[in-house]
Structure formats: structure tokens, C-alpha cells
Write a protein that binds this ligand. Structure first.
Ligand code: SAH
Ligand code: SF4
Ligand code: F3S
Length: 439
């Protein structure tokens, strides 16, 4: 038997890429073991993100840094996967000839065959959108123990076509995995020690999967079924679109104990004029009413969101409307980005906001969000929360985990082990975490 080769995967972008990277590593099977350093790898895969210009450019600079490694290890093959691979295809090999393999997100099940091809000294390129069920074909042979919290992709792609966004082009149309397969995978994860699953999709609440006997499963129904799995303690899901937040899903937040009180619901802007130009098909008002209904179902829910500032033609008044919306919602977490032109998207043709103005708006928005974030963190002091223990901390006797609201919690006097869900009293709030005592 020959010794396994070494695989180094670097993952950029969203959680779906994290999930895909795990599946790719598993699909290469026993021929490879993973390594944490690029320098000793025989195969390097960059799983890339195309969402903003900077994200895509990072890939080319990383490839430039990796190229000299080929002179040191003649066996080294370099591959590019993910959304840059899908968007740029063969162009990647033209720009960086050190690249041997380019594979788009819908073709990952073909990776083992592509790997064999590059081992013969050829290049391999696949950016098709095949009909096959990729995840079923990539089914992990892995039976190793897993960390307590795992991602589980249930839906891929997007049909929304927001005017700024590349996802519908890089990930393709919305496709939901069959509910039975998702349930089987969730059971498998629990057998391997997983206590929390985060259901993933670019538009996860648009989920419509085929259930047993052909039944149509919505996300709410899927969550209720997953909640029945013994040993699974927590369910989360991300990312959702406001227009797909149906009554059943809102009701689930009030009724399913295992569904955690945290929701990432991007709005992008608080100005109806801009939302219209973004092709978001909701208004600021409809979004606020939606959050009201979600909070009626689950009053303590912590909201999270995404914002784009400096979208083409955004005026001061438009931006102030975004600030007003943020003040009204008070997010526990929120991510804000300066608009980045993406070639091929409708907004790419439009006039840009002055860069200095956009920078200033971004800073103001981030300061407002950070203030709220701190306020919510501080309001946890003195409260009793439950924490899923994920790892040991830096100090002796300290364990680190996540609260139901997704706050990072350091438990100072922990007797609990990794994978336990324990009750704690929050004693202090630091910038990025809470300190607690086990009770
Ligand atoms: N499916 C999710 C988000 C996908 S991308 C949703 O519908 O919200 C994650 C975030 O990146 C988006 O919410 C948006 O805020 C940001 N984003 C997407 N395209 C962008 C662009 N061209 N410039 C700046 N930010 C962008
Ligand atoms: Fe992109 Fe999300 Fe809009 Fe889809 S809904 S186009 S993923 S921002
Ligand atoms: Fe990036 Fe693709 Fe995810 S563009 S955010 S890796 S879907």
C-alpha cells in the first residue's frame, strides 16, 4: 500500500463552502489525509468566494504565493473550487498556469475523477450544472467523531436575482435536497457526536424538499422532523430571505424547543427606493412587520442581518433610512459591506456612489451596529443561559461554547465536557464573548 497523499484545503466565503470543503475531503477518500499547512501538501484546493471583488482577487494573490511550492514538490497539484471557479472557469488557468484543476460547486462529485486526470499530468475543468444529486454521490465514508456543532446543506442556489449579487450565477437555480436524505444525514451526524446542526442554504427558507411518500416538506416541516432525533439538542438555519419567512416557520420559532432563538434575516437597506433598485421585492415596512411577528412568536429572539452601503445612487436620505431601520430592529449581530461591482449583474451598469462617501457611511453604520451588539451582550449579564460546550479554553478548568443566542461563552469553573449542554450564569460581558459560571 502506498502512503496517503496530503491534502490542504483553504476555504473562503460562506458556511456552504465550509460544508462543501468537508465533503470534498471525504470524497477523495483514503488516498488523502488532510494537512494544515500548504507547504507539505500534494494537493491544494482553494474553495473560493466571488461575492465581492476583494474576495475574488484574494484567490489570485494566494495562487501567486502557492506557485513556488510546485518547484519544491513536483507531485503538487493545485485546484480551484467554489464560486470563483464557477464564475471564471478556464480564465483561472490562463491567469495562473500553475492551476491544474478548476471545479464549480455543482460538479464536486466529479472531483475524484478529475484528481485522477491531473495525476496523469493533464488539466481538468468542470463548471457544468449536472442533473445528478451531487451530495448523494459524494456520501462521506467518514465515520470519525465530529465536533458538537455541524453544518448540513439542505438547499442550494438562488432564484431571487438581487441586482448586486453573483450567487444565482455561481450556484445556479434553487434546488432542495430530498427531506429523507437530509434526515438520514442528520441522524448520522448525531451518531458521530453532533449535538447541533445548522441547516444551510443560500436561500434556506425557500426549502421545498420531497418527503416520505412524495410529501412536500417546507423548512418548518423539516425542522420539526429533525427535532425528533434523539440526542440532537439544537437546530439553527441560515441564510433566509424575508419573502420566504412563512407562517409555519414563524410558528416553529415559538413551538420547537430545539430551534434556537437566533435568526439571520438580511434586509440590505432601509430605503424602499434602494430596495426596489436592488430587486429585493420587500419594503422596509414589510420587513419590520415581519420581525414583529417573529418576535411575537419568540420574544427573546436575537436578530442578525446583512447590509450593503453605497449601492448605486444611494443618497444621504436613503442611508439615513437604513440607520433608522437598524435603530428600530436592534440587531444582536449584523454584517455590513461596501457595495462592490460584480461584472454581469444588473447593478454593474449603474453609477457608483463616491468611494469616500460610501466609506463614511459604512463606518457610521458599523458603529451603530457595534453599539447595539454591546448593549445586547451586556444585557445577558446576570442571566442564566444554556451553553453547548465546544472546546476547552485557554485557562485551566475553562470551557468555551455557544449560548442559545450564538454568543461565545467562556465558562470558568466548568465540570462539563465537550458536547454537553449546560446551564450557566453570565457574570461578565467582554467585547467578543461572555464570561460565565456553571450552575
Ligand atoms: N443569500 C443571502 C446572502 C448571500 S451573500 C441573502 O439573500 O441575503 C451574503 C451577503 O453579502 C449579502 O447578504 C450581501 O449583504 C452581501 N453582498 C452580496 N453581494 C454584494 C456586493 N456585490 N457588494 C457588497 N456586498 C454584497
Ligand atoms: Fe444573492 Fe441572497 Fe439576493 Fe439570492 S437572495 S440574489 S443569494 S443576496
Ligand atoms: Fe461566496 Fe459563493 Fe458563498 S460567492 S458567499 S462562496 S455562495
Amino acid at each position: 500500500m502506498t502512503a496517503p497523499k496530503k491534502l490542504f484545503i483553504k476555504t473562503y466565503g460562506c458556511q456552504m463552502n465550509v460544508y462543501d470543503s468537508e465533503r470534498m475531503a471525504e470524497s477523495l477518500g483514503d488516498a488523502y489525509v488532510e494537512t494544515k499547512t500548504a507547504a507539505d501538501a500534494d494537493m491544494i484546493l482553494l474553495n473560493t468566494c466571488h461575492i465581492r471583488e476583494k474576495a475574488a482577487e484574494k484567490v489570485y494573490s494566494e495562487l501567486g504565493r502557492l506557485k513556488p511550492l510546485k518547484a519544491l514538490n513536483p507531485d503538487l497539484k493545485i485546484g480551484v473550487a467554489g464560486c470563483v471557479a464557477q464564475a471564471e472557469g478556464a480564465e483561472i488557468m490562463r491567469r495562473q498556469p500553475a492551476v491544474d484543476l478548476v471545479v464549480g460547486p455543482q460538479s464536486y462529485h466529479r472531483l475524484p475523477a478529475m484528481e485522477a486526470r491531473v495525476r496523469e499530468g493533464k488539466t481538468a475543468l468542470d463548471t457544468d450544472f449536472p442533473e445528478e444529486d451531487k451530495f448523494e454521490k459524494m456520501k462521506g465514508r467518514g465515520k470519525a467523531a465530529r465536533a458538537p456543532s455541524a453544518f448540513l446543506t439542505v438547499q442550494e442556489g438562488c432564484d431571487k436575482f438581487c441586482a448586486f449579487c453573483v450567487v444565482p450565477y455561481t450556484r445556479g437555480a434553487e434546488v432542495s435536497r430530498p427531506a429523507t436524505r437530509v434526515l438520514a444525514e442528520a441522524c448520522e451526524l448525531v451518531e458521530r457526536g453532533v449535538r447541533e446542526v445548522t441547516l444551510l442554504g443560500q436561500n434556506v427558507n425557500a426549502y421545498h424538499g420531497v418527503g416520505p411518500e412524495g410529501a412536500d416538506y417546507t423548512l418548518a416541516r423539516l425542522i420539526r422532523e429533525i427535532a425528533k432525533i434523539d440526542g440532537l439538542e439544537r437546530i439553527r438555519y441560515t441564510t433566509s430571505h424575508p419573502n420566504d419567512m412563512d407562517d409555519a416557520l414563524i410558528a416553529a420559532h415559538g413551538e420547537v424547543d430545539k430551534l434556537m432563538p437566533y435568526l439571520h434575516l438580511p434586509v440590505q437597506s432601509g430605503s424602499d427606493r434602494i430596495l426596489k433598485r436592488m430587486n429585493r421585492s420587500h419594503t422596509a415596512e414589510s420587513y419590520l412587520r415581519l420581525i414583529e411577528r417573529i418576535r411575537d412568536a419568540r420574544p427573546d429572539i436575537v436578530m442578525s442581518g446583512d447590509f450593503i452601503v453605497g449601492f448605486p445612487e444611494e443618497t444621504d436620505a436613503d442611508f439615513e433610512a437604513t440607520m433608522d431601520l437598524v435603530r428600530e430592529v436592534k440587531y444582536g449581530y449584523a454584517y455590513s459591506f461596501k457595495y462592490s461591482t460584480r461584472p454581469g449583474t444588473p447593478a454593474a451598469e449603474r453609477a457608483l456612489v463616491d468611494a469616500a462617501v460610501a466609506d463614511d457611511r459604512l463606518q457610521r453604520l458599523q458603529a451603530l451596529i457595534t453599539g447595539h451588539q454591546r448593549e445586547i451582550q451586556t444585557s445577558m449579564v446576570g442571566r442564566d443561559l444554556s451553553v453547548l460546550v465546544e472546546k476547552s479554553g485557554r485557562d485551566a478548568g475553562q470551557m468555551v461554547g455557544k449560548s442559545e443566542y450564538l454568543h461565545s461563552v467562556h465558562i470558568d469553573n466548568a465540570t462539563a465536557s465537550v458536547g454537553d449542554v449546560v446551564r450557566v450564569r453570565i457574570v461578565d460581558a467582554k467585547t467578543n464573548s461572555l464570561t460565565a459560571r456553571q450552575i
